[in-house]
Design a protein around this ligand. Structure first.
Ligand code: ATP
Ligand code: MG
Length: 570
């Protein structure tokens, strides 16, 4: 391709709308343009990258037995009502009606669609396992679309769904996809980790998120350097921390005027924060009061609370609801509350001695609280509900966990028979018995992967692409196109590289060399070949590697070979 025929508008200024490096660079390098909040057009360079990533995904999905299909984006409400998710998906689902008033949504995901697709047609275990996938736009009306393609409202996703005859088969499909995902992100040149993850609203069994390590990422990951444990902060299982055993002192109520936060109480009573018990009060969609208690220096993990309480959403509790069970906001504990609340106590709290907790009345706390003695075991649920933090013991080996940030680019889930059961989709097994399919689902955000690749590989001058996903592998920059000797020299080299199958761009624009070089660095082609008056004179070309900044001068006779060799390493 020739740059004079390529639509690639670059920007010198940093666009005001963008905060994240990858977002700025994608706009500046002319990869994308915004149409509305969280909605983007992909320009030719951006779309070339998207196609290359999609092709890698396709090859790896096909290698594991996946078959590509294309299902409608527009999905009838009926199948979502069958699964129960029409009601629970909430405002993130983009809904519409046709001219007859029938309800539809723009697919945020396709479990219902693919399950109903095979209903009645896959009838026998002999047709299993089956893996169907597509690469297609998805729609989620995100509450805060931001960071360009990272969190958009319309985005390209690869989604694969596996159908197996039993749980063992489902786990084999899961392992295949896990392996494929590792290969995909490695081929894309990304530094990533597969982390244990929560299943979220999708339901089902176990799950991993594939997370590209980047300080700007929205995901927080706990990991162990001693063993291979890694988990999202939402998921990280935590060992119970046992305080040193103390003699149990008698429970006592003390006055704590205006001490409605843990900070104030700890200062007022002059106790370490590890000796305090903190309360957080939630209500679910039905108004049920859910009171949770963690150690003062710990944070509540709302995902764990959702899972333990079986609530769909959590909202901060109304004061009236707290008062109704005899509680008092800012001064809460499980001691002496009336019935009517779901009380969840973090397992670590149960191992505290002579601690401080609210006395369920204004300006009063209990001291010498010993949860095993003082909490009514019949009325509380004890569970791991706290958020991981650096230094917590690893649940596998006990060494200290570290925290890092990352970008979730893909996620794999086992679903069990949740959807096949809800939509009543069955097959006959070896014994002629009717069974529900055991399913899995596996997503990759193609645009988010592109953004993550830029986030991980850039410098002050622009993007640094890995060859496998670069919009072009090589660019030939002609210093002065008015000089026909230079242009002809470049065109010949361009044809040779092209004939070898190299994805090469000829920058034959009538721009100054400086402008071209800046654009080359900004767009981030892995290799730049410069054709200048010196090239013609000496019959040797200058080759610059974007990543390392190395510059080589190769005799013309060797340069095609040398470029191929360099590309292999990129
Ligand atoms: P997140 O937690 O970031 O909202 P998710 O867990 O809801 O994402 P999945 O349902 O697992 O997302 O979707 C599979 C993949 O699709 C994600 O791993 C991510 O790469 C991509 N993806 C999800 N939401 C978005 C979005 N709003 N914009 C761009 N890509 C997205
Ligand atoms: Mg996810």
């Amino acid at each position: 391709m020739k740059a004079t025929e390529l639509y690639a508008p670059t920007l010198r200024e940093v666009p005001a709308e963008a905060e994240l490096t990858s977002h700025k660079l994608m706009l500046r390098a002319g990869l994308i343009r915004k149409s509305a909040g969280g909605m983007y057009s992909y320009l030719p360079l951006g779309w070339r990258v998207m196609k290359k990533i999609s092709q890698i995904i396709r090859e790896e999905m096909d290698a594991k037995g996946g078959q590509e299909v294309m299902m409608p984006i527009t999905q009838p409400a009926e199948i979502w009502k069958e699964s129960g998710r029409w009601a629970v998906y909430g405002d993130e689902m983009m809904r519409l009606k046709d001219r007859h008033g029938r309800e539809f949504c723009l697919g945020p995901t396709h479990e219902e669609m693919v399950t109903s697709l095979i209903r009645g047609e896959v009838n026998s275990y002999k047709q299993l396992p089956l893996m169907l996938y597509q690469i297609q736009n998805k729609y989620r009306d995100e509450i805060r679309p931001r960071f360009g393609l990272m969190r958009s409202r319309e985005f390209v996703m690869k989604d694969l769904y596996s159908f197996d005859k039993d749980v063992d088969g489902m786990n084999i499909s899961y392992d295949k996809m896990y392996d494929a995902y590792s290969r995909i992100f490695t081929r894309c040149g990304l530094k990533f980790r597969a982390v244990e993850a929560d299943n979220g609203a999708i339901g089902g069994g176990h799950s991993h998120e594939f997370t590209v390590l980047a300080p700007s990422g929205e995901s927080s990951i706990a990991y162990c350097e001693n063993c291979d444990y890694a988990a999202s902060d939402e998921k990280a299982e935590l060992k119970v921390i046992c305080a040193a055993v103390e003699e149990l002192k008698p429970l006592e109520k003390v006055s704590t005027p205006n001490c409605h936060t843990i900070e104030l109480v700890k200062n007022f009573l002059n106790v370490p924060i590890e000796k305090t018990i903190k309360a957080v009060a939630f209500q679910d969609d039905d108004g049920r009061l859910i009171l949770v208690f963690v150690r003062g220096d710990h944070e509540v993990n709302e995902i764990k609370v959702l899972n333990v309480s079986n609530a769909l959403h959590l909202h901060m509790a109304e004061e009236s609801a707290i008062n109704a069970v005899g509680g008092s906001a800012g001064f809460m504990s499980p001691i002496g509350l009336k019935d009517g609340a779901t009380i969840i106590v973090d397992a670590t709290v149960m191992e505290m001695y002579n601690a401080v907790a609210g006395a369920n009345e204004v300006d009063a706390h209990f001291i010498n609280v010993n949860p095993k003695r003082d909490f009514d075991a019949e009325k509380i649920i004890v569970a791991d509900i706290r958020m991981v933090k650096a230094g917590d013991p690893c649940p596998h080996c006990g060494k200290s966990l570290k925290m890092t940030r990352g970008i979730e680019v893909g996620q794999v889930f086992t679903l069990g028979n949740k959807y096949s059961k809800a939509l009543n989709v069955t097959f006959l097994d070896e014994n002629g018995k009717e069974k529900f399919f055991e399913m899995g689902c596996y997503g990759i955000g193609v645009g988010r992967t592109m953004a993550a690749a830029i986030e991980q590989n850039n410098d002050k001058d622009g993007i640094i692409w890995t060859r496998a996903i670069a919009p072009f592998e090589v660019v030939i920059a002609v210093v002065n196109v008015k000089d026909s000797a230079q242009l002809e020299y470049a065109e010949k080299l361009y044809s040779e590289l092209k004939n070898l199958g190299v994805d090469v761009l000829l920058d034959d624009r009538k721009e100054r060399a400086g402008v071209k070089f800046k654009d080359c660095d900004l767009i981030g082609y892995p290799i730049r070949v410069t054709v200048s008056p010196k090239t013609v004179e000496n019959n040797s070309v200058e080759v610059k590697v974007r990543k390392s900044g190395e510059i080589f001068n190769f005799p013309r006779a060797d340069c095609v070979d040398e470029i191929s060799k360099l590309l292999e390493k990129l």
